[in-house]
Design a protein around this ligand. Structure first.
Ligand code: SAH
Length: 364
């Protein structure tokens, strides 16, 4: 049921218009919804009791019928190497998600999860190991940004949807999240400061292009031909590289937003001279950016990252070929840096079974 958590309605997942309808249905004046929306999405309140400009009786009624879907911080890790922090949050049903705060000169960026677990099965990714538990609600996605802004006491200006999960596999909630977090009635974070990363779910890339949003789309490439990509990313068997690339072109043509391609460099697997040639063929005719991510070793997987020099050589050769390329700066490697590793560690400790992949669409 839309917007419901257990028996109470999840008030934080209603957008501005929906909240107005709810409040009017309760027999209250529409301006009350403006006040509540501001408490929830600007003042980031996590209980009704503190909404002091609402009549006490009305607050009581809200408490009875609605829930502010709280995500609760379980662990906060602060890197000693760079201004990065990692957060583990517990959801009301016991699932756990992680989010990262990265401070840059241009502002504070939060990396959020879009699902608890993931069913895409990418070989090198820690988030894929336990399979998908469930989609996150809109309020749970917003809650990651809100909680971190409150805990850090600093304004968040940028968001990357690159934590656990595939945003385009939780399409409606993801798009609503983008609209609400960039809403002038809420945190008002510019859509141009939001990047979402996808493994290439072709039909939903098409839908996203038509939404009229201004976010950046990052495409996880990882292999420069169909066969190699499918070996690392099982989802590529369903959505072929040529179709995914055509969809990237369509996204760029429709939104004017340049695509970022992500390429996790795996030693001996996709860091060879052939890969440089094929990557160049794909990227040189496109107005795009390539982000190389030396693969973060995950303890359950055997993949290794190339050493610094080989990664630099790979980058330099691509640059010589006219590709706009960077190596992603490693952040917080002392704090369970790789995607999903903090959550994995807890899943292990709390006895969650590995390999619960019945919902995987991509397992072979
Ligand atoms: N489902 C989305 C978001 C995934 S996380 C997607 O597939 O794009 C963001 C990026 O980190 C993706 O490119 C993902 O493939 C990459 N990634 C995941 N685990 C990694 C690891 N251990 N080392 C390097 N990159 C990794």
């Amino acid at each position: 049921m839309k917007g419901r958590i257990m028996d109470k309605k999840d008030i934080g997942s209603f957008n501005y218009e929906e909240l107005k309808e709810e409040i009017v249905k309760m027999g209250e004046k529409p301006f009350r919804s403006r006040q509540i929306y501001e408490w929830l999405h600007v003042k980031l309140a996590d209980d009704f009791g503190g909404m002091t400009n609402l009549p006490k009786q009305f607050r009581e009624r809200l408490k009875e019928e609605y829930e502010i879907a709280g995500i609760k911080m379980i662990e906060r890790q602060i890197s000693k190497e760079d201004p990065t922090e990692k957060f583990l949050f517990g959801l009301t049903d016991g699932n756990m998600i992680e989010s990262v705060l990265m401070r840059y000169t241009y502002g504070n960026s939060v990396c959020i999860s879009s699902q608890a677990g993931c069913r895409m099965g990418c070989r090198f990714c820690a988030s894929a190991i336990g399979g998908l538990k469930r989609n996150l609600t809109v309020s749970e996605m917003l809650g990651q940004v809100y909680s971190i802004q409150k805990l850090a006491g600093e304004r968040i200006s940028n968001i990357v949807v690159m934590g656990t999960g595939e945003p385009l596999d939780n399409y409606d909630n993801f798009v609503k999240f983008v609209r609400m977090v960039s809403d002038e009635h809420g945190l008002n974070i510019s859509q141009r400061n939001i990047t979402a990363s996808t493994c290439g779910i072709v039909p939903n890339m098409r839908r996203l292009a038509e939404e009229g949003l201004q976010i950046t789309l990052a495409l996880s490439l990882h292999g420069a031909n169909q066969e190699k990509r499918a070996r690392l990313m099982p989802v590529a068997r369903q959505y072929e590289l040529t179709d995914v690339l055509a969809e990237c072109d369509h996204y760029f043509q429709t939104t004017g937003r340049r695509i970022t391609f992500e390429y996790s460099l795996v030693e001996g697997v996709n860091d060879q001279p052939d890969d440089i040639r094929e990557l160049t063929d794909i990227l040189k005719k496109r107005n795009c950016h390539l982000n190389l991510i030396p693969v973060n070793p995950v303890k359950e997987r055997e993949y290794r990252k190339p050493d610094r020099e080989s990664a630099l050589a790979f980058k330099n050769k691509l640059e010589k070929n006219g590709i706009n390329v960077t190596i992603r700066r490693e952040r917080g490697s002392d704090i369970d840096g790789a995607c999903g590793q903090l959550r994995r560690r807890y899943a292990g400790e709390t006895g969650c079974k590995q390999g619960e992949t019945d919902e995987d669409i991509c397992n072979d």
